[in-house]
Design a protein around this ligand. Structure first.
Ligand code: C2E
Ligand code: CA
Ligand code: CA
Ligand code: CA
Length: 279
């Protein structure tokens, strides 16, 4: 075992060291990201199953690296922002920027387009969180129900009582709440009644395998039935094909998000999708 340990050490450590160096360089660069304007938001539309209208978008964070080798996807840089606590500042910027954009669309369009923002648990538990929401709403002057916060179960399990209190405060402002990646956690049912969510987002993993794995189909059916029984709207994520959309629509899904309806795009691209490209 000792020998094996030494060997695996010899084999793997250069890669691990390289990865650690990259992460540490990336984190250093991320630290000046806000002052250097390196963050931006792209938006992915959500389509209502009945009206086929675009009723909302989800804001997704992107990063423009100072050097090509520091290019990173959100699933690579968001964890670093979280571990370092930087997500509190960056997430605050996301909230302000998303609300500003929601106000711009409100002014351009007659209709209502809500904007959903992903909230990490570090952010949710930061003392300034509710103030950040208030100030983002105040500055943009949008109707609070145009803002939706997306939370995952994993961010609720750490300190459920505290999370519930904070979310009740946010809810009282009129902000909408969505439970993201639903079905991947382990204590889903109790979280549905304990927190006052408006929407459930079925994790894209279930949608991906809905035709290939009969169990996933049953899970999706159960999620939709349960969501509706509790008065929640059910959103399917990661919808890529017409067949997937048709099946999900037949099962009673209320709205769709995914490459089929639209890939995440710049605000201008979303505006032209919404028919206000000339403004
Ligand atoms: P998420 O919240 O589950 O976001 C959905 C992800 O699925 C996005 O990846 C989106 O581009 C991708 N996606 C959408 N439609 C499809 C599809 O049809 N097929 C496939 N295969 N993928 C699809 P993205 O933008 O890379 O973000 C990854 C994750 O990073 C997000 O997952 C979220 O957890 C996190 N994230 C992104 N922006 C933020 C942010 O502003 N704050 C925080 N805290 N987390 C963020
Ligand atoms: Ca999300
Ligand atoms: Ca999700
Ligand atoms: Ca498939």
């Amino acid at each position: 075992a000792k020998e094996l340990g030494r060997n695996s050490h010899a084999v793997f450590s250069p890669h691990i060291a390289e990865l650690q160096n990259w992460r540490s360089d990336l984190l250093t660069a991320l630290r000046s990201g806000l002052t250097e304007n390196r963050f931006r938001l792209v938006y992915q539309v959500q389509q209502n199953a009945n009206s086929l209208a675009i009723t909302g978008v989800e804001a997704l964070l992107r990063w423009s690296p100072p050097r090509p080798d520091l290019a990173a996807r959100p699933d690579q840089f968001v964890p670093l922002l979280e571990q370092s606590g930087l997500i509190i500042e960056v997430g605050g910027w996301v909230l302000h920027e998303a609300c500003r954009q929601a106000a711009a669309w409100r002014d351009q369009l007659g209709e209502r387009i809500s904007v959903a923002v992903n909230i990490s648990s570090v952010q949710l538990h930061a003392p300034c969180f509710v103030d950040r929401i208030r100030s983002a709403l105040g500055e943009s002057n949008i109707n609070p129900d145009l803002l939706e916060l997306e939370l995952t179960e994993s961010s609720l399990v750490i300190e459920p009582a505290k999370a519930a209190a904070t979310l009740a405060e946010v809810k009282a402002l009129g902000v909408q709440l969505a439970l993201d990646d639903f079905g991947t956690g382990y204590s889903s049912l109790s979280y549905l009644t304990r927190f006052s969510f408006d929407r459930l987002k079925i994790d894209q993993g279930f949608v991906r395998d809905i035709f290939d794995d009969p169990k996933d189909l049953e899970i999706v059916k159960a999620i939709i039935a349960m969501g509706h029984a509790l008065g929640l709207e059910v959103v399917a994520e990661g919808v890529e094909t017409v067949d997937e959309r048709d099946l999900l629509e037949g099962l009673g899904c209320d709205s769709f998000q995914g490459y089929l309806v639209g890939r995440p795009g710049k605000p201008e691209e979303i505006s032209s999708m919404l028919g206000v490209g000339l403004l």
